[in-house]
Design a protein around this ligand. Structure first.
Ligand code: NAD
Ligand code: UDP
Length: 314
């Protein structure tokens, strides 16, 4: 059997843990690298007795050497609360992490996939967002450490490809949710579910009319694996997201309905530079990956609520 050796940075995080599990289930050998800033061993503990799974405590800002066929570079805090906690470290993680993983891929002639983000579009003036849109990003705001860090990482990926022929792949991930999100993560889906299950107030930032498109984690993992399998000449970027678009008020109402919670909505100030709207154009993903999301918000939320219900009972 052709067992690939695959490195997943940020593998103990929300998305990384699902990716590790799926890659193992497909018969690969997986090395999970993480510094546990926002990730947790609890997310991967169920994989620990698989002999083809290895875990390494390491920080991607420092070089890392290992012999692998493929690298998925996910290491980076993704929640605004966490990436703003130490903004300089967030930029270092995105930029130096990208340089270190690209250097490794160059030496090994391995494929390397970057978990980029819809944040590269900033507060978009084009709606929905196609990959050809260059974005509207504030370079000096409180979200810039993440947005510009990820934009710089994209630049590094295309330049390593152009200059050194590195087998680079870029996916732009839109808001993703599902089991293994940290209850204290701070992002909207986990906040609303945890608040509803605990009977606490649901915190709506601003008037709640800003929109997001929410993708269930299994759909994202499928897209990432398909992207990695594309021919070397195709580096992307490719949007991966669910085009269903919801206001935060609609999301809150749905979470209240599905949890049966009596929590009240409370309105809090909108953080600066919070994008007003976001929705992926997934034409390219359909064409190049033969992919589109299968799990709609209601169905994905039911699974996610069940997960948080169990976690909160522990
Ligand atoms: P997460 O915070 O759960 O996972 C990030 C993981 O990276 C954690 O396990 C964390 O400990 C690890 N990490 C952070 N800094 C590190 C460092 N310097 N060295 C080693 N490990 C480090 O977040 P997530 O939602 O799973 O996001 C994973 C990736 O996907 C991130 O790169 C994120 O930017 C990207 N992404 C996520 C979303 C989303 O909606 N979840 C959207 C766009 C992009
Ligand atoms: N948000 C909210 N209440 C919360 C957390 C977030 O209303 O408790 C809003 C936030 O202001 C933003 C949207 O939900 O408009 C999505 O926020 P999240 O942090 O999940 O992701 P991002 O802003 O990075 O898309």
């Amino acid at each position: 059997m052709n067992r690939k050796k695959i490195l997943v940075t940020g593998g103990a995080g929300f998305i990384g843990s699902h990716l590790c599990e799926r890659l193992l289930n497909e018969g690969n050998e997986v090395i999970c690298l993480d510094n546990y800033f926002t990730g947790s061993k609890d997310n991967i503990i169920h994989l620990m007795n698989n002999p083809y799974f290895e875990v390494v405590r390491h920080d991607v800002v420092h070089p890392f050497h290992i012999d692998v066929d493929e690298i998925y570079n996910l290491a980076c805090p993704a929640s605004p609360v966490h990436y703003q906690y130490n903004a300089i470290k967030t930029i270092k993680t995105s930029v130096m992490g990208a340089i270190n993983m690209l250097g490794l891929a160059k030496r090994l002639k391995a494929k390397v996939l970057q978990a980029s983000t819809s944040e590269v579009y900033g507060d978009p003036n084009v709606h929905p967002q196609p990959e050809s849109y260059w974005g509207n990003v504030n370079p000096i705001g409180i979200r810039s450490c993440y947005d510009e860090g990820k934009r710089c990482a994209e630049t590094l990926f295309v330049d390593y490809h152009r200059q050194n022929g590195v087998r680079a792949k870029l996916v732009r991930i839109f808001n993703t949710y599902g089991p293994h999100m940290n209850p204290n993560d701070g992002r909207v889906v986990s906040n609303f579910i945890v608040q509803a299950l605990k009977g606490e107030d649901i915190t709506i930032y601003g008037d709640g009319n800003q929109t997001r498109s929410f993708q269930y984690v299994d759909d994202l993992v499928e897209a990432m694996i398909r992207m990695m399998a594309t021919e070397d000449s195709f580096i992307g970027p490719v949007n991966t997201g669910n085009p269903g678009e919801f206001t935060m008020l609609e999301l809150a109402t749905l979470v209240l309905e599905l949890t049966g919670s009596k929590s009240k909505l409370v309105f809090q100030p909108l953080p600066s530079d919070d994008p007003r709207q976001r929705k992926p154009d997934i034409t390219l993903a359909k064409e190049k990956l033969g992919w589109e999301p299968k799990i709609q918000l209601r169905e994905g939320l039911i699974t996610t609520i069940k997960y948080f219900d169990e976690v909160l009972k522990k």
